[in-house]
Design a protein around this ligand. Structure first.
Ligand code: AMP
Ligand code: MG
Length: 332
């Protein structure tokens, strides 16, 4: 585990639409510094992907284990192809359908991608993001950006600039504030290096959507246990709030046993007796729920929650990525 560095910056938070903000970000990145900025999934912590020294700063600022690889963000298929050693027809089809968007492709890495980016591995994850701020910065840079989520390692991903400041304030020079992220959970990760396309991390682009484009795609859960762990995003406990999170099939029964510092996240209104400041109602559709989930978990942590009870989600396939994140947040 890389020990987090001591705070040594006064972190500037710039509205992303302020004059010169994108240029300032690109200037810092070109000099090897880190910039946190919004993407459509969550806020990213970007560095020049070509520079081992710049990328090392990501691992230091986050306290990220060196064996957890980063996703390289590109502004085009052309830039993606510069980062990989092979661009199979499956990659072309997927990129045509889902890029720019919340989908990362794992492919054999080009020799030009520094080993630190891929945690020493022979594969690299590439994604072409859709968010105008990330795209604007990529266009000004003209080089790919390694960017994991802009949180301390093992903590919740940020979906607002203030979440980044809470966790990385003093450790990075600049945060571009582009408001709340549209999607709210991390990208779908699809591995195209094996015989069968394999879903390593579910996301808002679903297994079904990938299967519709490629035919057979398997979920990594089915191949778990065969060989080494393919993706650190598969670790059982990840994406966790500080509070203990419990998914409740029977919320009413759980409420009966709940203590003082218990908060609830549900898709319905609170019973009359329950204090409203400890009840967080989220939308009853996967897109709306994803958009607000992390912000709500951050808020529960800030309010001093010790336990967060979450009403169990529907079993329909379009909730799959949210099941995944809640199960990991709960460590189950
Ligand atoms: P983050 O950007 O913080 O959500 O983390 C990136 C995640 O993408 C990692 O934790 C992995 O799950 C996945 N990832 C990145 N690069 C690779 C790779 N080369 N092979 C498999 N998974 C990867
Ligand atoms: Mg992350």
């Amino acid at each position: 585990m890389t020990e987090p560095s001591e705070p040594s910056f006064s972190t500037e938070v710039q509205p992303a639409d302020a004059p010169g903000a994108l240029g300032q970000a690109a200037g810092l990145l070109a000099q090897g510094h880190l910039v946190a900025l919004p993407t459509e999934t969550v806020y990213g912590l970007a560095a020049d992907a070509r520079s081992p020294d710049a990328v090392a700063r990501i691992f230091e600022a986050k306290g990220r284990p060196a064996d957890n690889p980063l996703i390289v963000h590109v502004d085009s298929v052309g830039m993606a192809r510069d980062c990989v050693a092979a661009w199979p027809s499956a990659a072309e089809k997927i990129a045509e359908q889902f890029w720019p968007g919340p989908l990362s492709l794992v492919l054999p890495k080009a020799v030009t991608v520094p080993d630190i980016v891929t945690a020493g591995g022979a594969t690299v994850a590439v994604r072409c993001p859709a968010h105008p701020v990330m795209r604007g910065v990529l266009a000004k840079c003209g080089f790919p950006l390694a960017a994991p989520s802009a949180n301390r390692s093992n903590r919740l991903s940020p979906t607002r600039a203030e979440h980044v400041v809470d966790q990385l304030g003093g450790r990075i020079p600049l945060v571009l504030d582009g408001g709340a992220c549209d999607l709210g959970i991390e990208s779908t990760v699809l591995d195209l290096t094996g015989d069968t396309p394999t879903l390593l991390r579910p996301g808002m682009i679903s297994l079904g959507q990938l299967q519709a484009v490629l035919g057979g795609v398997v979920s990594a859960k089915l191949s778990a246990g065969i060989g080494p762990l393919k993706s650190p995003g598969l670790l059982p406990r990840h994406y966790s709030p500080r509070a203990k999170l419990v998914v409740c099939g029977d919320l009413t029964a759980a409420l009966g046993q709940a203590g003082e510092a218990t908060h609830v996240i549900a898709r319905k209104s609170s019973p009359n007796a329950w204090p409203s400041e400890r009840w967080h109602r989220l939308p009853d559709d996967p897109d709306g729920f994803a958009r607000e989930l992390y912000d709500t978990l951050h808020r529960c942590d800030r309010l001093g929650a010790e336990t967060i009870l979450v009403q169990a989600l529907p079993s329909a396939p379009d909730w799959a990525a949210l099941h995944d994140r809640l199960n990991r947040a709960a460590g189950t």
